[in-house]
Design a protein around this ligand. Sequence first.
Ligand SMILES: O=C(O)[C@H](O)COP(=O)(O)O
Ligand SMILES: [Mn+2]
Ligand SMILES: [Mn+2]
Length: 562
Amino acid sequence: MGSRAGGEINNWKLADHPKLPKGKTIAVVVLDGWGEAPPNQYNCIHVAGTPTMDSFKKGAPKRWRLIKAHGTAVGLPGDDDMGNSEVGHNALGAGRIYAQGAKLVDLALASGKIYEGDGFKYIRECFENGTLHLIGLLSDGGVHSRLDQLELFMKGASEHGAKRIRVHILTDGRDVLDGTSIGFTETLEKDLAQLREKGIDAKIASGGGRMYVTMDRYENDWNVVKRGWDAQVLGEAPHKFKSALEAVKKLREEPNANDQYLPPFVIVDENGNPVGPIKDGDAVVTFNFRADRIVMLAKALEYENFDKFDRVRFPKIRYAGMLQYDGELKLPSHFLVSPPEIERTSGEYLVHNGIRTFACSETVKFGHVTFFWNGNRSGYFNPEMEKYVEVPSDIGIPFNVQPNMKALEIAEKAKEAILSGKFHQVRVNLANGDMVGHTGDIKATIVGCKAVDEAVRIIVDAIEQVGGIYVITADHGNAEDMAKRDKSGKPLLDKNGNVQILTSHTLNPVPIAIGGPGLAPSVRFRGDLPNAGLANVAATVMNLHGFQAPNDYEPTLIEVVE
Ligand SMILES: O=C(O)[C@H](O)COP(=O)(O)O
Ligand SMILES: [Mn+2]
Ligand SMILES: [Mn+2]
């Protein structure tokens, strides 16, 4: 069973667990955006009333506990960094903590290595006669991108020969407070003015809100990418402005407008011509480090054959990603920073050891329980042993309008898989806490949390029926706190005296519960790992499947007492 991993021949055989049996059906349930926070009116999980999830708490500390889901515990640069789905699912599936994209980009910029790599050399060829275009999320959220990295890179690229720079901004309001796009645009305008003083022709060329322009994911809606393409490449958009700051301010004045959903706009000169469409001979960099919401654009920029929408014009450019976004597809083929090499994930080990696996979520989180879980790897390890099911997400309906999302459908699929007896592991992601939480709509988020609790009930009932085991956890916080707070924890008010709504993830820990008739009464959480995090879950699940985890995995959360 040898195969290559990390340049070595890897032995995939896992040692038997000395005490725990094999053959149990295990449900592994990830509640997306479901942290633990004090009960108050901004804690949607608390307000919703979640009897199933609450019932697990009674098992504390032996069968319910909290684990870390943010900062260095999941490979992010610092402990002020909130968790996110990519790093969360990576840690859950890989069982080890990897320095993640954000940190790798920081290091490459600080050392200057980013300018020495093949990716930069490739795009630099265009600097003499062409424009360097930078496309990405404009915020300091640190989930998909960071403004300070963009700033450093623009400065560095200009010092390494870029003479003409055009930035195509995507406004955030999801990983950061709504309305902050104005400040970020101001900052960027100042940076560009400084570059102009140095003789660089540097401008913002286009923009739009991330959820409406460019940053779709898992091919849910290609129109989102097309809207961006039209503005960024063709220089066409329904709104034209002389300045990006004016654009963001004006478009935010529309009723119900917010940063996440700003319509696409292009910046035009005195004659009404777009200042920076992407043309033959230009260089393009997508400066997001995280893959899921930029890889669709990467396909449009890179693939000669492409049928997802009519590109009208396919410019001959040199394109590089900040990172390579898909290691299997080798996409994009040029990139500035090498992504973490996540290998020997728990999913791959378990499949090699005979564990038949079912994974399911709805479109918006499907890649989370498959691609991210498997160390940013597409597809099956062994199609005969695995089945991945995607429940189509609603398209074009905001998540606060349909806050139940597909939680019950996913639960029914999981139930079916559990009762079928065909799988040892049934793994799902329930998206509501996160996706509805990001809308900032408290009422809808409460409804979403209720739906998640019901879905968990369905899955746990199925596990009861087959004598199995459940492991219920989450990837990071979101729905448990919808208020921006000061250091003392008091909600912050805006200038009108209203509480500032937190649409982003949080720094809170997340729960993990284990149970089910298949779990021996002698199994309980250890008391000696107070700082455990998401990366400790993989070894735990391996144990419950009857195996010992590899030595370099973070330690298991459980012990077997006589
Ligand atoms: O991409 C998003 O929707 C948010 O920026 C992060 O959410 P996720 O990490 O839960 O996917
Ligand atoms: Mn998530
Ligand atoms: Mn999220």
